[in-house]
Design a protein around this ligand. Structure first.
Ligand code: FES
Length: 575
């Protein structure tokens, strides 16, 4: 261990290091909690930011894991303090946890700023918790390590394995088509989520915890361990031991988070067939570290990165299988020539050192590159008069015939309009139609919910069709699939061109040319723009009012404008 800091140089020393009247309060109240001075004085104080809550099923093991982290902190000579933070329970929080990602990021930054903290263990995993915790910790820039929740075990139904999200969409479509009974649907409900942990498909959770590992924020291999595996508890204790060393070494997020590590994270997401949500989150994470990340970087890296994780929704298996096949270290060793192996990580070693010697144990789960599910271009960034600031599509998740397609628009003005009319037998729709959803973006929805996988109209499903071209300013769950153009920027609510699409307008998508065009002439579009009325703001008070004043568009990461960048967070006066 390289000890660069002395106990007197610890940040917490400002709270505890003298004997004046205020510090009497800090000492006496720590004594009130049952600790004597010898327990904490001169030791790194480690905040364990725990996103446990009764409402977050993905983090149901986090009370025990926090104890295991504390054990590690104590063993290494630190002093742990658990601090709860908002849980962002993906399935339950309405309209979407994305509305609150920046709230957790702010909470993380402010907890670390305002308390006597020298370093932090960030406990998250359920979708938005990972980017939020990283964003807050990067801005505060104290030593911090991420402890991923780990995926849940495979789901089961009869002789089938079930994957979170992906199999819900799949069997729901079959139920709507009349191929699944109510009884069978209840059986699926019973078996799909059977252990602690986050969604075990390559949804946003697995995508972002893997991205956090590739960024250098976790111990090697941490993101792939299933939550229920005893190795997960041991990793928690090891994480606790490591953060104490990081404090003495003064190893902070912005010491290892560079444009190279951001590229490593993007390449990892692409090789995994990860969620499109990673685009928004990684832009926001990178900007917190002062790394300017444009959408086109995703497109450029996508052209060289093979998708080699055979995991649903793009592939066949689940995260438990991925772990047994060697996990993320094994996958990264397969694409090591595409990574910057010199990038540093929280354990003080480089990414290259951390993946060295990793082996693939199952070649059907982690594929050889010449057998990749998609050789290149698993994610594409589109531009055109319908999305001047960009939009994204996951071509690998779409039916091939729709990747170059022109069809007439069927427009829904918002989610409720869509829900009310999508299955209307009189809806003027054919398999060639392009379903357009407006007002589903960061401000319009609000919160840019995962509505981008618009349901296929019942009467089209009945014709045996399972995919159609769909366009919106919403996001899509990482567990979803289909020809869905997402994150259209600027969004319709602020007068982006998506607002001016009308029923019957022809829309042309050409993924190979990365083009998305509304085939309406400029003069007509200008007339529509002139007659467009700006909708009323969604919120009159509270957090929502702050959100709508400061949220940026999807291509900029949907952060709050005042939280971006690397301006130093002011240290509190200690009185
Ligand atoms: Fe928590 Fe999917 S619901 S990760």
């Amino acid at each position: 261990m390289t000890q660069r800091k002395t106990p007197e140089e610890l940040r917490s020393h400002r709270w505890y290091g003298s004997n004046d009247m205020r510090q009497f309060g800090h000492h006496s109240r720590t004594a009130q909690m049952g600790y004597s001075r010898a327990d904490y004085l001169g030791k790194p104080i480690i905040a364990i930011i725990n996103t446990w809550s009764d409402i977050n099923a993905c983090h149901s093991h986090f009370r025990q894991r926090a104890e295991e982290v504390k054990r590690g902190v104590l063993q290494a000579g630190g002093f742990p303090l658990e601090m709860p933070a908002i849980a962002l329970a993906e399935v339950f929080q309405k309209p979407t946890t994305m509305l609150y990602r920046n709230l957790l990021a702010m909470e993380t930054e402010e907890l670390l700023r305002s308390y006597p903290v020298d370093g932090a263990v960030l406990m998250g995993g359920c979708d938005k918790t990972t980017p939020a915790l990283l964003m807050g910790a990067i801005s505060m820039n104290l030593p911090a390590i991420f402890m991923p929740a780990g995926p849940m075990l495979r789901g089961h139904w009869r002789d089938q394995t079930l994957g979170s999200g992906s199999d819900v969409w799949k069997y729901w479509a079959e139920k709507r088509a009349g191929n699944i009974t109510d009884k069978q649907w209840l059986e699926i409900e019973d078996g799909i989520a059977r252990s602690p942990g986050h969604c075990m498909t390559m949804g946003t959770a697995s995508t972002m915890t893997s991205a956090a590992e590739a960024l250098g924020f976790t111990l090697p291999g941490a993101a792939s361990i299933p939550a229920a595996d005893s190795r997960h508890g041991r990793m928690a204790a090891e994480t606790g031991r490591r953060i104490v060393e990081m404090v003495w070494e003064d190893l902070k997020p912005r010491d290892f988070l560079t444009s190279k590590s951001v590229d490593n994270a993007i390449t990892t997401v692409l090789a995994l067939g990860g969620s499109t949500n990673a685009v928004v989150h990684l832009v926001a994470v990178a900007r917190r570290a002062g790394v300017a990340l444009a959408l086109d970087r995703f497109d450029a890296l996508s052209r060289n990165t093979p998708l080699i994780a055979n995991i649903r929704p793009a592939g066949k298996y689940l995260m438990e299988d991925f772990f047994y096949a060697g996990g993320l270290r094994a996958l990264l060793s397969e694409i090591d020539d595409l990574l910057d192996l010199d990038a540093r990580t929280v354990n003080g070693r480089t990414l290259g050192e951390n993946v060295a010697g990793a082996e693939v144990f199952n070649r059907d789960v982690i594929l050889e590159r010449d057998k990749a599910l998609v050789g290149s271009g698993s994610l594409a960034v589109l531009r055109g008069n319908l999305a001047p600031d960009g939009a994204v599509i996951k071509p690998a998740a779409a039916e091939e015939r729709l990747l170059k397609h022109t069809g007439p628009a069927v427009v829904f003005s918002d989610y409720n309009d869509m829900a009310a009319r999508i299955d209307d037998p009189t809806l003027d729709v054919t398999p060639d139609s392009v379903l357009v959803l407006q007002n589903a973006g960061p401000l319009g929805a609000p919160g840019m919910p995962e509505w981008g996988q618009l349901p296929i109209p019942k009467k089209i499903l009945a014709q045996g069709v399972r995919d159609m071209l769909r366009i919106s300013d919403a996001r899509m769950s990482g567990t979803s699939y289909g020809a869905c153009v997402l994150h259209v920027a600027p969004e319709s609510f602020v007068g982006g061109p998506l607002a001016f699409v009308r029923d019957g307008d022809l829309i042309e998508l050409d993924v190979e040319k990365r083009s998305l065009q509304l085939k309406v002439d400029d003069a007509d579009l200008a007339r529509r723009r002139a007659s467009w009325k700006k909708p009323a703001p969604r919120f009159e008070r509270g957090y929502g009012a702050l959100y709508q004043q400061h949220i940026t568009q999807a291509d900029q990461g949907c952060d709050f404008d005042f939280l971006e960048g690397t301006a130093p967070t002011a240290e509190p006066e200690i009185h």
